[in-house]
Design a protein around this ligand. Structure first.
Ligand code: MN
Ligand code: MN
Length: 473
């Protein structure tokens, strides 16, 4: 079929149409196959610790080995580095010397959730219920987390030092947990006058954990004692052990295809595990690149990238020092600084897709639409780009060229109208290392909710974008 001649307008203006239109049969299969792998990953990896475990297992299958197992490093060697089981780096040593710069893809693997308080368990004798108190993590709309089946994931460090892994609510035979909400019949006065964001308050996010008393005659707190008895028999723990624990309540549901056309994926934790998965698959599926490829998987982004496992911590720098020392025993700190200054980084994080019910928060000419490809975002921040990385036009040009060359659909996006709100990513912290950084990633609907929605075509092309970024000279 002869190609239709472009009109003048088509030649001159930005194309903005669904990426599905250009998808042929072969690519369609790749897109849907990739989505199946992604859904399995999401179902298995609901905490940062579980993501790190998944990354390590997948990387080992693709020839990556822990840094400690290498005496020295040469081009083509594949390295795994982790810290505190919550942050990870994968690297493939490139053919060029390190000081020529690296290609970095930085995503984050923590997601908004409900952490149990350190002294979580109590009983409410007015209702005969045992409950867990929570302290939410990250930016959530609290009312979204009631009446949602919850699973408990995490670790308990017992008094004897033993780590107990907890995972209840994922197996179909497991019980699940839930935060109740008031029936509408009686809610008019108590909740009706509250503003939406206070519809449920932080202290009202309490998880129902039991409704059966202990038969022990001496127990004063019969409902609490019954739960402690169950935990003791299952894990050998007492109440004090819960203080040295990290227990996270996360949505218990599995990922599902969304839409009659199955074009979308619904599930928990897609911010930012969609980028983490795409970045993992990309670095696992490239040949030895010219420049060293580095995939960083950060924790703590949702609370400001702080701490040893966040992007503001020393993890990236220390990882590179370990790598460079094994490449050259006469390693100098200045060489590391040179390598960073010559590096290019994609800050891989999700965008807000245009919400059909709340379009007014977006400036539609600069907003991402689900299905229009990977989003490129020059800056974020709030109040006049405050606190944001603002990518160089030159680097944006380079990324645009690369995506066009490989026919990877992309769109330009900003997070909402000017002064509507705002947000940040790890971009600013990577850019403080003196390298070129730009935000890229697929758009989501219902971001930070228990059930976020992405587009399969965007997810696949995010993976392809990261792959070609590493492949490029
Ligand atoms: Mn994010
Ligand atoms: Mn987020």
């Amino acid at each position: 079929m002869a190609k239709k001649k472009q009109t003048l307008e088509e030649k001159l203006t930005v194309k903005a149409e669904s990426s599905w239109l250009a998808v042929d049969k072969k690519t369609e299969k790749k897109i849907f196959d990739f989505a199946e792998g992604y859904k399995k990953f999401l179902d298995k990896s609901k905490t940062e610790r579980e993501v790190v475990t998944f990354i390590e297992e997948a990387a080992r299958k693709h020839g990556f080995k822990p840094i400690a197992s290498y005496k020295s490093l040469k081009p083509g060697d594949k390295v795994i580095i982790t810290n505190m089981k919550k942050v990870a780096a994968l690297a493939i040593i490139g053919k060029e010397p390190m000081e020529k710069g690296l290609k970095v893809v930085g995503s984050h693997i923590d997601s908004p959730r409900l952490d149990l308080k350190q002294k979580p368990l109590y009983e409410d004798t007015d209702s005969d219920m045992a409950l867990f108190k929570t302290h939410y993590y990250g930016g959530i709309k609290k009312y979204q987390w009631v009446n949602v089946p919850l699973a408990l994931h995490g670790v308990i460090i017992r008094a004897d030092g033993k780590t107990i892994e907890v995972n209840i609510g994922e197996d179909d035979k497991d019980p699940i947990f839930v935060i109740g909400d008031l029936l509408p019949h009686l809610a008019r006065k108590v909740q009706g006058d509250r503003k939406l964001f206070e519809g449920i308050t932080g202290e009202e996010l309490r998880i129902i954990i039991g409704n059966r008393p202990s038969t022990d005659k001496d127990a004063k707190n019969k409902f609490k004692t019954h739960i402690l008895d169950i935990l003791n028999k299952k894990y050998g723990i007492v109440e004090e052990d819960l203080i040295s624990a990290e227990l996270q309540a996360v949505p218990a549901h599995k990922c599902r295809d969304v839409g009659l056309d199955r074009s979308m994926i619904g599930g928990y934790g897609q911010d930012d595990r969609v980028d983490a998965y795409a970045s993992l698959m990309a670095i696992c599926n490239i040949q030895t690149p010219a420049k060293t490829a580095l995939a960083l998987f950060f924790d703590k982004e949702e609370v400001g990238s702080i701490g040893a496992t966040g992007a503001q911590g020393g993890f990236m720098e220390y990882s590179l020092i370990q790598i460079m020392e094994k490449m050259d025993s006469k390693f100098r700190f200045a060489t590391l600084k040179k390598a960073l200054a010559n590096s290019r980084a994609l800050s891989a994080d999700v965008d807000a897709g245009v919400d059909p019910m709340f379009k007014t928060v977006h400036e539609l000419g600069n907003a991402a639409k689900l299905g229009q490809g990977i989003g490129i975002c020059k800056f974020g921040g709030a109040g006049g780009k405050g606190g944001s990385n603002d990518a160089n036009a030159e680097f944006l040009g380079e990324v645009r060229q690369l995506l066009n060359k490989h026919k990877i659909p992309w769109q330009y996006t900003e997070l909402g109208k000017v002064d509507e709100g705002g947000g940040g990513t790890v971009a600013r912290f990577l850019s403080e290392q003196n390298m070129q950084v730009i935000d890229v990633g697929p758009a989501l609907i219902s971001m930070h909710s228990p059930f976020e929605i992405s587009s399969k075509v965007d997810v696949y092309y995010t993976y392809r974008a990261f792959q070609e970024f590493h492949n490029a000279p």
